[in-house]
Every structure is written in structure tokens, then in C-alpha cells.
Design a protein around this ligand. Structure first.
Ligand SMILES: C[S@@+](CC[C@H](N)C(=O)[O-])C[C@H]1O[C@@H](n2cnc3c(N)ncnc32)[C@H](O)[C@@H]1O
Length: 246
């Protein structure tokens, strides 16, 4: 069983204009609509939705900041293309078992792949949904959105059917015990999530076709398998495991 994680206590629309959208999200995620209650952890809904936790907050925009630069250079995503063995002639079905803010999943969707994104935290699922909703109505964004399916839940629910996907992807949190340079987003997730869940070892025991695990470049290998291949970037690497007799 997965650990129980901290999550939002509800959604606060910033003003009347966002009431209807907030009600829809509250119904979908079964969380209360909040007014001015004092809470530790909630989503504020406005044109730039915010996940608030204690004194910190997190936003998720696909059109501003660092991630928008990554999107604008989509064709330079060579590392991800190699790790996932992307093929111009065959669309891959991918299970992203650790959705987070959906950045990797969105890159894969923009590259034309069909991605099922599973994220167990409701607050993060909402930030992802709203980042997708805020995208301009451009054909390549519309196509990418149609390539994504977001599921709120524990990806271990898919442990019995990993063979239904061409690739199983795991991006666990990097261990904060190490003195790594961490982005503001990672620092937020570090305090907010309050756990390090890594489903990679569970998926490794099953009959997957290709398992891709994102790691900090110098991190020790989590799964001992001498046939694994690593694709290395400047700060991260992808450890790739292929189907074998388990
Ligand atoms: C490092 S973040 C992933 C970032 C993501 N790759 C991105 O590009 O935005 C790890 C996320 O995995 C989620 N997670 C960890 N274990 C999970 C599980 N078993 N099922 C669903 N989500 C999980 C955590 O809640 C966290 O949001």
C-alpha cells in the first residue's frame, strides 16, 4: 500500500468569476469549496491558479517561465526521445506513473505520444488540468492535450497491466538528503508532499515492455540490472530497462 500523502483541504475561487469552475473541480475531485476559512493547504482559482501550502505557493504555467522555453525547443528533446525510443512512424503509449506538474508528460504529448498521466495528489492534478486549460487554442497544443489522459490515483493500480503500455515512466522525487541544487518547484514539492514514493521497483517486478526511470545524474542505481542502459544529460539521466524474464 502507498503512504497517505498530504493533500489540499479544498478550493478557493479568487472571485465570483471562478466560482463555476471551482465547483466543477470540487465535484470532480471530491473536495470542499472554501471561502475564507483558515487552511494550510488549498488551491486558489483565478487566471493563474496557485497551490498554497503554509507560507509557500506553487504555480504551473506552460506558457511562461522556464518550462515554456523547454516547450519552444521541443525538437531538441534528444535525451527523452532516445530514452523512450520514440519513433516517427509509430506512436507510443506511455504510462507516466509519477505525473507531478505534468511537464515530462506534456513534452511527450507534444512529441505526438499518447500519455496516461497518473498523479496521486489532487492539488497537483488541478494545477496540471488548469495549465492545460490555459493554453492558447493552437493546433499543436490542441493535439497535445488530446494525447493526454489525467488520472488522480496511485499508479500502482496499473501494476497488473504494464504490458498494455509501450513505456512505463517513473520520475520519483530526488532525495533531498543530498545537497542538490533544487528549483523552487522542487523545494515546494519537497515540503508539500512529505514523502518519497518511488513505484519503479514495483513496476520492475512486472511484465513491462520498457521501463524508464529518471534519476539525478550521479544518483546510485536504484534497480540492480546489468542490462540497463543509461542515457545521460547534464544534470539528469534516464535508466532504461527492457522486458525480460522476471
Ligand atoms: C518529481 S515529481 C514528478 C514530476 C513530473 N515528472 C513532471 O515533469 O512534472 C513526482 C510526483 O510523483 C507523484 N507520485 C509518487 N508516487 C506516486 C504513485 N505511486 N502514484 C501516483 N503518483 C505518484 C508525487 O505525488 C509527485 O507529484
Amino acid at each position: 500500500m502507498a503512504d497517505i500523502v498530504a493533500d489540499i483541504e479544498g478550493i478557493k475561487p479568487a472571485n465570483l468569476q471562478f466560482n463555476e469552475r471551482a465547483k466543477i473541480l470540487c465535484a470532480n475531485y471530491k473536495v470542499p469549496l472554501l471561502a475564507n476559512e483558515l487552511t494550510n493547504s488549498y488551491v486558489v482559482l483565478d487566471e493563474n491558479p496557485k497551490l498554497c501550502f503554509k507560507t509557500m505557493d506553487l504555480q504551473n504555467s506552460f506558457t511562461q517561465g522556464k518550462f515554456s522555453t523547454r516547450i519552444s525547443r521541443i525538437q531538441t528533446e534528444h535525451l527523452i526521445k532516445k530514452a523512450f525510443a520514440l519513433d516517427a512512424y509509430k506512436v507510443k503509449t506511455i504510462l507516466d506513473t509519477t505525473g507531478g506538474l505534468g511537464h515530462d508528460a506534456f513534452i511527450l504529448a507534444l512529441l505526438g505520444q499518447k500519455v496516461t498521466v497518473v498523479e496521486k495528489n489532487i492539488g497537483l492534478c488541478i494545477l496540471l488540468e488548469e495549465a492545460l486549460n490555459a493554453l492558447p487554442e493552437l493546433p499543436y497544443f490542441i493535439k497535445a492535450k488530446s494525447n493526454l489522459t489525467i488520472i488522480n490515483g496511485d499508479s500502482r493500480e496499473f501494476l497488473k497491466t504494464p504490458q498494455n503500455f509501450d513505456v512505463i515512466y517513473v520520475d520519483p522525487m530526488f532525495n533531498s538528503q543530498k545537497k542538490l541544487k533544487r528549483s523552487k518547484q522542487m523545494e515546494f514539492l519537497d515540503s508539500y508532499l512529505d514523502e518519497y514514493d518511488d513505484p519503479s521497483k514495483d513496476f520492475y517486478k512486472e511484465h513491462f515492455q520498457r521501463l524508464v526511470v529518471k534519476k539525478e545524474l550521479r544518483a546510485t542505481t536504484g534497480i540492480k540490472d546489468s542490462s540497463a542502459i543509461s542515457f545521460k544529460g547534464s544534470s539528469i539521466r534516464y535508466d532504461v530497462y527492457l522486458k525480460g524474464e522476471k
